[in-house]
Design a protein around this ligand. Structure first.
Ligand code: NOJ
Length: 755
């Protein structure tokens, strides 16, 4: 008994201190629970107990109400009719409603005027920043720096929280191998290992150790599952993925997010092997909840419950509600079939009370954990003190810097001399604030953004003359515009041309059938080249592009993705030597769209490519290798790798080896290298990829500095899932590569003994 009293005392001290630190404000009646208040209103009870108690008090309509998420207006207000729904307890959550005034007004209806006072959960897509915009996720993946990604997500979370949000629909952890798919911009690229590391980092960044804490928001791993494999790269299209690929390629980042404690998952739009993901019992109930013991809740994607009818899985709207809920989709985003058809379906026995209660319980438990019963409102003053702080802007600039990938630097053209007399900056993207922000810029404002042109002017010597001409927009353009740009460029000592895609050419519903530079940009670059002046290309884009013609023409290419609010400053800094680019590609850049899908971790054909033999895996009209491989990127420094060793030389299947390799900066400039560790399981009962990333380290080395890095390869890295979902390390030879990209590098091997 004495122990119990002490524990209760400690808990209450913690709770009181938690309140004091929390900028969210409590309703007049909620903070301290006087004796006699219902269990669900008493924070001393566990979320499970509170949910249980609350569930027992709810009507069927209120239960379905908790499973309903509705959209507000895109710029923050709620829809007027939501006030009444909140009052009646028929709304559980919103998306896009944000800012203290809107959130608090709508929340008040739910908390103070509904029968049970259940608070609403306010969600929003915080994909690469909230108000301060960071590089797009694909650019963030190019950093190969999960700790930085975690800090970036934490900064975004604290801005979102300050605007009344407690939930983000991120991270997007879909593996994508097809750059035609515009949403490749929102994820970490093609690799499950890098993707998993970033999934964990982002979940931790958003949620911290406890998503109920002030400044933290709930994460949502999306889109479960296989959405990134849209056939032909066309968004929303069907996906057909073998169990081998699901388990070894597409699931791992989701598993990592679940293990890191992601509060929620989002069920995807796509039909997966004939069963749409938003009604897929195997993936939702079997894998996610059954195998992985995920205890959070699942929200559908936007209207994806209703879309079960167009898929042809559900015969009508009631059938769609029944199938989605029974498969384990807890909350319905935007369509209202649970609310409209659910009660009758329940009565008719098509939805079981157990399934309904389980879904409601999961949503309620998350709300208790999020602390919104105690702190449903947001303090309005936070909006003025927490957005675009100097610290967050500095972090965003650093993030942009680390995301830069130097694709080409012939003759050491870069870095440029900041005292160059005349510089021509060409290309509409160089003067676009909006496009710096990228495909999903949250609550970012274009007016806050710095353009490349502005950043270059800030960076060069005051004596440098910077002339600007658009040449042509990203699409379209006139001969006169091109002529003017060429005339301006021909008087310059160096030409910096910004090329790529507008921000809205990647992201959702932004698939492309061609991957070349859109519009007349390549023609413009051809003409700039003819001036005989050195040309540096800076790319702004959300996907791998076909860069063969560009690569053939210009000596220097810097991949800048969409770098965010202040990211252009990082680009200018790197162009003029104030910083050294060191990012690496998280995705393969093909030579042509005809090579797609192309990815480094493919399996070997029986007749692997050989230049000498026609009857091998190749094209008649294109090389087979990509233009820039996964993991590739240059820097102003040069590095070597040496001394790759593995010990011991053989292990048991449950053992592990230590791998060592030494990296040295052999140049006169300090810089970053990303040392990458790959394996190949040489022979198995199922064939394994020619290379699989199993470790990486981004290190900064002073000129001449050497560092020996150590990696461990154990069962988690060496095993794989084979038919039936079994995970095993199989005996045999494992090759080990330490390299600066997925191609080449040092090689050694070790053996896993038979059991
Ligand atoms: C649809 C998108 O697929 C999803 O990623 C997003 O979170 C929701 N819309 C909400 O905006």
């Amino acid at each position: 008994m004495k122990n119990i009293i002490i524990i209760l005392f400690c808990c209450s001290v913690f709770i009181v201190r938690g309140y004091a630190a929390d900028a969210r404000t409590a309703p007049k009646t909620g903070a301290a629970a006087p004796a006699g208040v219902p269990v669900y209103k008493n924070p001393r009870f566990s979320p499970e107990k509170r949910a249980q108690d609350l569930l027992a008090r709810m009507t069927v309509e209120e239960k379905f109400g908790q499973l309903q998420q509705l959209d507000g207006d895109w710029d923050g207000p709620y829809k007027k009719e939501d006030l009444e729904l909140a009052r009646k307890g028929q709304l559980g959550s919103t998306l896009n409603v944000r800012f203290a005034k809107n959130v608090n007004e709508l929340q008040k209806e739910a908390v103070e005027h509904s029968r049970l006072g259940i608070p609403l959960l306010f969600g929003f897509d915080v994909i690469h920043g909230f108000r301060t915009i960071f590089p797009i996720p694909l650019g963030e993946a190019a950093q190969w720096d999960p700790q930085l990604a975690e800090r970036s997500a934490a900064a975004a979370a604290s801005e979102a929280y300050a605007s009344g949000l407690k939930w983000t629909f991120a991270p997007m952890v879909d593996i994508a191998r097809d750059p035609r798919w515009g949403r490749i911009a929102e994820g970490s690229g093609e690799d499950p290992y890098l993707g998993s590391a970033l999934a964990v980092a982002r979940v931790r960044g958003f949620q911290g150790a406890d998503y109920g804490a002030p400044g933290k928001i709930m994460a949502c791993a999306k889109h479960w599952v296989g959405y990134g494999a849209a056939e032909a790269g066309r968004d929303y299209n069907e996906t057909n993925i073998s169990e081998n690929a699901l388990r070894n390629i597409y699931y791992p980042p989701f598993k990592a997010a679940a293990d890191a404690g992601a509060a929620t998952f989002m069920s995807a739009f796509n039909d997966l092997n004939g069963v749409p993901a938003s009604a897929n019992r195997v993936t939702l109930d079997g894998v996610l909840r059954g195998e992985w013991k995920f205890s959070g809740f699942v929200v559908s994607d936007y209207n994806s419950v209703k879309e079960l009818v167009s898929h042809g899985l559900a015969s009508d709207e009631e059938d769609a509600a029944v199938k989605a809920l029974s498969a384990g989709v807890d909350m319905e985003m935007v369509s209202t079939l649970y609310r409209d058809k659910g009660p009758a379906a329940l009565k008719a026995g098509k939805i079981s009370a157990a399934a309904l209660n389980a879904s409601v319980r999961r949503v309620l438990e998350a709300k208790f954990r999020a602390g919104i019963f105690e702190h449903p409102y947001i303090a309005p003053e936070l909006e003025t003190t927490s957005l675009r702080t100097l610290g967050t802007l500095a972090l965003a600039e650093h993030a942009a810097l680390e995301s830069l990938v130097l694709l080409k630097n012939a003759g050491g053209l870069l870095p440029l001399d900041p005292a160059t007399k005349r510089i021509a900056v060409i290309g509409a993207l160089a003067d676009s604030k909006l496009d710096m922000m990228g495909s999903w810029s949250g609550d970012g404002k274009a007016a806050d953004a710095v353009t490349l042109l502005e950043a270059i002017k800030e960076t060069v010597s005051p004596k440098t003359k910077v002339v600007y001409a658009a040449g042509c927009p990203v699409t379209g353009g006139t001969d006169e515009g091109m002529d003017a740009a060429v005339a301006a460029a021909s008087k310059a000592d160096v030409i910096i041309v910004a090329a790529g895609e507008t921000a809205d050419m990647s992201g959702e519903a932004a698939s492309r059938a061609f991957l070349s530079l859109p519009g007349r940009q390549q023609e413009l670059i051809d003409r700039l080249k003819k001036t005989g002046k050195p040309v540096v290309a800076v790319l702004f884009n959300g996907r791998p592009l076909e860069l063969g013609p560009l690569d053939a023409e210009v000596p220097a290419i810097m991949e800048a993705w969409y770098p965010g609010t202040v990211g252009a400053r990082a680009v200018a800094l790197a162009l003029f030597g104030g910083a050294n680019p060191g990012g690496k590609l998280p995705v393969t850049f093909p030579r042509s769209v005809g090579q797609v899908p192309i990815y480094y971790n493919h399996r070997s054909p029986g007749r692997p490519y050989s230049a000498a033999d026609k009857y091998t895996s190749k094209y008649l009209d294109s090389p087979v290798d990509p233009l820039y491989p996964f993991g590739y990127g240059l820097s102003y420094s040069s590095f070597t790798l040496s001394g790759l060793s593995v010990s011991p030389a053989s292990i048991e299947p449950d053992g592990s080896v230590k791998v060592q390799v030494t990296v040295e900066n052999i140049s006169t400039k300090a810089g970053d290298e990303v040392v990458q560790l790959y394996i190949r399981d040489a022979a198995g009962s199922e064939t394994r990829p020619v290379r699989e990333l199993k470790g990486f380290k981004r290190v900064t080395l002073a000129p001449g500095e050497k560092r020996t890095l150590e990696f461990e390869l154990g069962p988690e890295e060496l095993g794989y899932y084979y038919a039936g979902g079994f995970f095993e390390v199989e005996p045999g030879i494992f090759k080990v590569y330490a390299a600066a990209s997925s191609v080449g590098g040092l090689e050694t091997s070790f053996e896993v003994n038979a059991k």
